[in-house]
Design a protein around this ligand. Sequence first.
Ligand SMILES: *[C@@H]1O[C@H](CO)[C@@H](O)[C@H](O)[C@H]1NC(C)=O
Ligand SMILES: *[C@@H]1O[C@H](CO)[C@@H](O)[C@H](O)[C@H]1NC(C)=O
Ligand SMILES: *[C@@H]1O[C@H](CO)[C@@H](O)[C@H](O)[C@H]1NC(C)=O
Ligand SMILES: *[C@@H]1O[C@H](CO)[C@@H](O)[C@H](O)[C@H]1NC(C)=O
Ligand SMILES: *[C@@H]1O[C@H](CO)[C@@H](O)[C@H](O)[C@H]1NC(C)=O
Length: 941
Amino acid sequence: MFVSLLSFSYAVYLLHLEILMSYIFLCYLSVTWILLAVPVCGLFQSPSSKPSSHPDGGLKSECLWNIMRLTLDEALAVGSQLEIAAINGTDIIPLSPTLAAQCGYSMDSDPWGNTKVFVSLLGCYVDNQADETFNLGLRIQMYGDGLSKKVQHDVTETCSYSRWASREILCDRNYMEVSTLMVTPEVPVTMDGQKVQETWQDAIPDAVAPNSIWKMTFHTPDSKVMVLKDAHRAGYGAMTTPTRLVLRSPYNMPETYAEEVAGVPMEVFSVSTYYKQVRRLAIIVSAAACPTGGLVFTDEVITWYVPRRIPPLISSAFKILETHMGINGQRLDKTMMAIRRYKLSITESHVVIELPVGSPDGYYKSHAPDYSYHITYTVEPMLELLWRAEDTRADTRYKVLFPITTPLMPRPPHVTESRVPEQKVFNVLLGTFLHDVSLLNITFTTGVLTVTECNARGFDFQEHRFANSSKTFSLQVPFSDEVVLKHNPNPLTTVYFLPLVFGLLILPEQIPFPHPAELEASLEDVVLPTTTGFCDQDNFYISVKYGSQGDNFQIMMLHAGSWRELDTELYSLTDNNTHVSIVVPYTAPDTVFETVQSDSIRARVDLLLLETPNMWQLNDLSLACYFPLTMTECYPNGTVTALAVKVESVRNLNPKYLTLSDQSCKPVFSNDRFAFFSFSLNSCGTTRTFFDNVMAYENEIAMHHSMGKHQSRKGLINPDYRHTVSCYYLVNDTETMAFRTRPRNSDPKADPGVGQLVVQMRLAQEVSYDLFYQTEDYPVVKYLQQPLYFEVELMWSTDPRIALVLENCWATLHEDRTTLPSWDLIVKRCENLDDRYIVFHPVVADARIHIPAHVKRFSVKMFTFTTDETVLKEQIFVHCDADLCDTTKPDGICSGQCASPLRDAKPLKPTGSRRGRRAADISQHQISSGPILLSDSSNFV
Ligand SMILES: *[C@@H]1O[C@H](CO)[C@@H](O)[C@H](O)[C@H]1NC(C)=O
Ligand SMILES: *[C@@H]1O[C@H](CO)[C@@H](O)[C@H](O)[C@H]1NC(C)=O
Ligand SMILES: *[C@@H]1O[C@H](CO)[C@@H](O)[C@H](O)[C@H]1NC(C)=O
Ligand SMILES: *[C@@H]1O[C@H](CO)[C@@H](O)[C@H](O)[C@H]1NC(C)=O
Ligand SMILES: *[C@@H]1O[C@H](CO)[C@@H](O)[C@H](O)[C@H]1NC(C)=O
């Protein structure tokens, strides 16, 4: 008898992955048995539970015509190992893959543990009651790493099936089965493709029981004979039931063969079976032919071609009576087929089934061969045909269970970046993936971050699931994050670059596959640093405000015509991370002088912000200001100081070599930009001119050509450099003169220095002119007829070429020199001849007086104004007009006091100005005495 107790334990591989729901373990199990992948996953359940049918349908058995189907939902899967065994009464027979194929059992499962077991009703260990009622028992055992966690389900099912055709061919995933009605010897029947021969054989061994198989001849197509025992040992199934002969072969056996029928590859199993009937030996030739190919795939449709006429099975004309299509062993009605858009059609040569890729009866699966994303779609259609041979009128039911997996379909993930321009964020969308892909981590240039870490960092990682169970991942990375690389192709543009690698994982197998992506965005978003500045009397104040790139700039200053880096030791510099402030004195080495004026200098500083290493000029500043600086000072004692400044336009000037008109007059101090001169007005070639109320002295600072040793180096000096030094001595008068000359073209501007020539009139106590009344002595009291000694002096001047001459002198009652009455003392440089008491006194040089021409002395006798013999007032004031004149021009007034006496003395003048026209080289001073009082005892005279 057929006794096979091979024990087989499925090889299992378990990988644990903790996913969000930590109490669920998904696992993956693969078996070496082709077409049988048996995963066992899910919750560990109590070992005591033994449902024959699970309350929620997790474990379900169904009779589907000539097969029984057992489905185990993934939710019920447990542990990492699964064994199935057949139950025959009290015997438990573990089913190895070989035994399963030999006995009519097949198993299949998807990666998530949804398992299907098909059992042929004519399989081994099925309790067959008259070929009509079939009692099946299956035990499913699942356990994890330790056997202690074993879970066991026993399933029993009773199926009724009596509509057996004469011949039934079943092509399951792992075996081909053919069963034939055994005819009685009295009625020999020849059926299409199946010859029943009646032959009396005398040589049947006695041991062969009635109605049992003796030997088999396999047609490969060569013949090979085996007795039953040997056929079983070789892996074939062969048995008789009450009415039928059942033969079964796995695919690719030595005694089966491949044949292409109408372009479809098929596997053929053809056997002549000798069996003993009650009285004689019968031979049945039976064959099964199952398709092993015939698929055409497009991205949308799977087309499965099955030959309409299969020669090993059909020898004569036939008629197809029924066609059915099913899924997972279950027939579908027309409505369902329409809903699913399945098509079943018969052509001249083929029966054609079309299935849209992605129908819900199958499933998609992700793959990553060579780290590139692919998907497959798996579905298991069934084709059922019933045909009738026209000669014998015998029926054949032909049923194929045909799991189909599409070839790998590449689905390269797309990385799309949608960005709102104002938001400086990479908005990354990665997809599309199947539901079985998860994103574990992302590798940035700075390292790997898990999805959780990404969110903690503010990258807003999200997984988006869609109704069709596909998914995408989104991520937002701000440009400002350090994982984003930045560079500037030009000063205004920033290129943001985000290289990353998505660490993806296919579940439940835990197949990792990285997907690299590079994102780039270019924005004109650079804010350049800006410069501003202002000045006070001494310094430039420059402020550089950082741009968006921070302190990426170098501050360069223009020095001697070329840029050099800011000397931080030279200037006071403060940097508060938003601004750099620099204080530059206007005399600093990095400034240039543009122009000079008498009282100021215009200096400029040039600044450049330079980006290194690209040497981009980000910004610049040219700041020029006037700084107060007295270029020429004219002291009353005749000393002049003058500053010569090297301005921008005379770059090659060396101030050291500047001189005054007299080239022996060199600077008392000089450096690279200044020459300082100090000289007396009567020296160094100073010239002098008289104007109205002004005495003008002029000298010139220039690069004079006597420097023999530099003559050969002309380029170094600028012979055109001329700087005029002018001193204008104004008469200290009631009116102040403003005087300005036009500067010479291209010369440094120089306004004349303005000085004061002071003329004073004092009253001496004695004729010796040694002691004078001081300011606090006024009013000075004098008796009538007492002499008044006046001295008029040009103060401080050391210029011997000036002479002082008294033009007019007169007395008034009031301080105002123009009031009446008045009395002339000196008229046109001569004594008033109406007044006998007016006397000029000679002046000689002494310790006090160096230049006698600067001093005039005269005396009058104290008098008083009377009207009608009445003394009007006791006090008088004396006023003079003093002329300063050029002694080098003796023709004029300067020839002396009353040199050519004009005896046309005027009478007492009622009013009017005493001034007349004067020569251009004369300046006039107006001076007055303080009040002089007539003593009360004046009448003693
Ligand atoms: C099933 O068990 C019965 C007895 O319990 C035995 O007679 C029969 O041969 C067994 N069937 C097979 C196929 O082993
Ligand atoms: C990142 O994810 C991948 C899966 O694609 C995994 O292989 C890798 O080990 C992970 N790296 C880290 C550092 O977690
Ligand atoms: C930095 O200095 C600038 C002026 O120099 C000033 O306007 C700014 O407010 C300062 N910033 C800080 C943060 O102190
Ligand atoms: C003239 O006056 C200035 C300023 O008071 C003084 O520095 C200088 O020495 C004086 N020169 C002479 C020659 O007295
Ligand atoms: C003239 O000089 C005196 C003293 O030196 C001074 O007080 C006065 O202001 C001067 N007058 C003018 C007009 O400059």
